[in-house]
Design a protein around this ligand. Structure first.
Ligand code: HDD
Length: 668
């Protein structure tokens, strides 16, 4: 699945499978790599041992600083292709030519934890896409939520200090359930909308392949005639949006801390390529002030029912990285990497980001030439008069490195806009220099309420539980009370329930913003339901009928459902019933559904635990038992929704259940 970018990367790969022989970095062949050079077999190591020193020095410097936020992530290569030309609204080449296949690299991440933290924590997910276009790299550096915690970038260091592990203990890792985060929320009411999202199921996605992406800010698209539209970018997952339940996410953090990373890697290796459609919400320049929110405020979304999302193209991730450090760790994104036809708005959060990203790469990647690292290089030519610096990889030729020069015909010379040179949109600005917040940014609660109103009852119940969990972990009663006071502005009954649960009193005055407005697009209950790429554990007890078994597995495979046969011990015989994971090496939380097949009179406790856990997490369950009594002691109700007895129900019914995903109506 090579594209222009992956072909380019091949120029930088080295394959040690070829018989090169071991050398130093200077190319000297090494005869001995197990023993340092010593003065006598039992004597001290000698300074002269250049091989030891080189090997050890390199090792000592293998680590680079992790990202200050979004440290844990996973990346993959892919392509983007447009459905039809958008030349009416932008002159960006990759958005006007539907026959063009643009290589992309995407890095997904969590925000709070360090590089070694768990994948399934409650957190925002980063969704950063680098388009390697023929006009230069375009980076869409977004998240899986459409709004942000703060309105002005100057608060970003404060926000990050509050959410990161606390400075005196470096606790907690990969979690926002602690005092400084909730103190920040309570003290900064602009966070109200975003914190509703983070307490919702959006913050615990089932898969990185099953979540939306958002550019968050309002950007600008400009066409060849110079006409401008404001735009919000969306990524819509073809598999729909799905999430864990909280108990499951917590258990997976222990059972498989790499769950999301592995899920993405395996899907791509299997050829089940993750796909997203790119969506645009567009507002013509002249309609900027026609909304009941300020479109420059990054704590506001544009309800899809008011500003429809136009689907304009598809991204497919179809190649895993071949070296995590070289590609995923060294990739450097920046919202300021734009191409002609894409421009910025005056969102004060975006404006600050335009400074921060290059700056951070200087310390993370060690100097100003990080754009020359293979993963970061554009696929189009790049020339300018910048020279030298740490890790310069290019041998620039010639006498001149300045503009204007007469000695080299002023090359490299600026390119006029008509020939593809970037030109900033000539926005008219008229104002006083001021440190302050626009009054139009002061409505903190209406959209927090809009989001809550839009959720299905079970989603609202999850939000209540999430607030109760997180605030229940806080120690300061002052912090807890302030957070409840914030919720009191959003939804009185939510504030009431959380207050009861965490032992603080509800403010006497009801401050709830009055609005029954909702936006169905915000609820995940309305998403696409499909069995594709879901994972089933087939728990095998005894020796089930091979033919019947083959019929089921064929049906699952036909519906692109992946399955693993789980049993007490691993088998190595080539047999369709071969057990490849045991009760010890895997766990029910790692699957979307369970099929229990038993030929025995009784079912062992670990197999019962498999189906009980699956039942408890509202997931579909199929049973094919030679003895129904074997389940007499299990805490599973056979007549409940999403439980299929394969002696009288079809495998197709179970597959439909897998598509549905969860059965919230189960009384638990
Ligand atoms: Fe940021 C990384 C997304 C606000 C400063 N950010 C980073 C990454 C993502 C985002 C996805 C990881 C990129 C990767 O995978 O390498 N950030 C966002 C979004 C924001 C946002 C969607 C709000 C809408 N960020 C934001 C602000 C600032 C930063 C306001 C500072 C002014 N972000 C950074 C950073 C990072 C970063 C410190 C850390 C590592 C990096 O940039 O390369 O510069």
């Amino acid at each position: 699945m090579d594209n222009k970018k992956t072909e380019q990367l091949k120029n930088y790969t080295v394959n040690n499978e070829e018989q090169h022989g071991l050398t130093t970095n200077q190319g000297l062949k090494i005869a001995e790599d197990e023993f340092s050079l010593k003065a006598g077999q039992r004597g001290p190591t000698l300074m002269e041992d250049f091989h030891f020193r080189e090997k050890m020095t390199h090792f000592d410097h293998e680590r680079i600083p992790e990202r200050i936020v979004h440290a844990r992530g996973v990346g993959a290569h892919g392509i983007f292709q447009l459905y039809e030309s958008l030349e009416d609204i932008t002159k960006a080449d990759f958005l006007t030519n539907p026959s063009k296949v643009t290589p992309v690299f995407v890095r997904f991440s969590t925000v709070q934890g360090s590089r070694g933290s768990n994948d399934t924590v409650r957190d925002v997910r980063g969704f950063a896409t680098k388009f390697y276009t023929d006009e230069g790299n375009y980076d869409l550096v977004g998240n899986n939520m459409p709004v942000f915690f703060i309105q002005d970038a100057i608060k970003f260091p404060d926000f990050v200090h509050a959410v990161k592990p606390e400075p005196h203990t470096e606790i907690p890792q990969g979690a926002s359930a602690h005092d400084t985060f909730w103190d920040f929320i309570g003290q900064n009411p602009e966070t109200a909308h975003m914190v509703m999202w983070v307490m919702s199921d959006r913050a615990i996605p089932r898969s990185l392949r099953m979540m939306e992406g958002f550019g968050v800010h309002t950007f600008r698209l400009v066409n060849a005639a110079g006409r401008s539209h404001f735009v919000k970018f969306h990524w819509k997952p073809v598999l729909g949006m799905h999430s864990f339940v909280w108990d499951e996410a917590q258990q997976i953090a222990g059972k498989n801390p790499d769950f999301h990373r592995e899920d993405l890697y395996e899907a791509i290796e299997k050829g089940q390529y993750p796909e997203w459609e790119l969506g645009l919400q567009l507002i013509p320049e002249e309609d900027e002030h026609k909304f009941d929110f300020d479109i420059l405020d990054p704590t506001k979304l544009w309800p899809e029912e008011e500003v429809p999302v136009k689907l304009v193209g598809k991204m497919t991730l179809n190649q895993n990285v071949s070296n995590f450090f070289a590609e995923t760790e060294q990739v450097a994104f920046h919202p300021g990497h734009v191409v002609p036809g894409i421009d910025f708005s005056n969102d004060p959060l975006l404006q600050g980001r335009l400074f921060s990203y290059t700056d951070t790469q200087l310390s993370r990647l060690g100097g100003p030439n990080f754009h020359q690292i293979p993963i970061n290089r554009p696929v189009c030519p790049f020339h300018n008069n910048q020279r030298d610096g740490m890790h310069q990889m290019t041998i620039h030729q010639g006498q001149t490195s300045y503009h204007r020069n007469g000695l080299n015909a002023n090359q490299p010379a600026p390119v006029p806009a008509e020939q593809g040179g970037y030109e900033h949109y000539q926005e008219r600005i008229d104002g006083r220099k001021i440190r302050g917040r626009s009054e139009s940014f002061l409505d903190f609660y209406s959209q927090a309420k809009l989001f809550y109103n839009s959720l299905a009852p079970y989603e609202q119940a999850h939000v209540k539980k999430a607030f109760s969990f997180e605030l229940g972990k806080c120690k300061s009663s002052h912090v807890k009370a302030n957070a409840v006071a914030l919720l009191n502005h959003v939804d009185r009954s939510l504030a009431q329930e959380v207050a009861d649960q965490i032992g603080v009193s509800l403010p006497e005055e009801n401050m709830e913003v009055i609005s029954d407005k909702s936006s169905p697009a915000l609820s995940m209950a309305n998403t696409i339901l499909a069995p594709d790429t879901k994972k089933v554990a087939i728990v095998r007890v005894g020796d089930p009928d091979v033919e019947q078994f083959a019929e089921w597995t064929t049906a699952l495979t036909e519906h692109k459902v992946n399955y693993t046969i789980v049993g007490e011990k691993l088998h190595d015989l080539p047999n369709p019933l071969r057990v490849t994971a045991t009760y010890e090496t895997t766990d029910p939380t790692l699957f979307d559904a369970v099929l229990l097949v038993s030929s025995e009179a009784s079912i062992p406790t670990p197999a019962l635990a498999f189906i009980e856990t699956t039942f408890k997490h509202y997931k579909p369950l199929a049973l094919a038992l030679s003895n129904q009594q074997a389940l007499a002691t299990a805490r599973v109700k056979l007549d409940e929704a999403g439980v299929y007895d394969l002696t009288n129900s079809t495998i197709q019914a179970f597959i439909n259940g897998i598509a549905q995903g969860r059965f919230w109506e189960r009384p638990l």
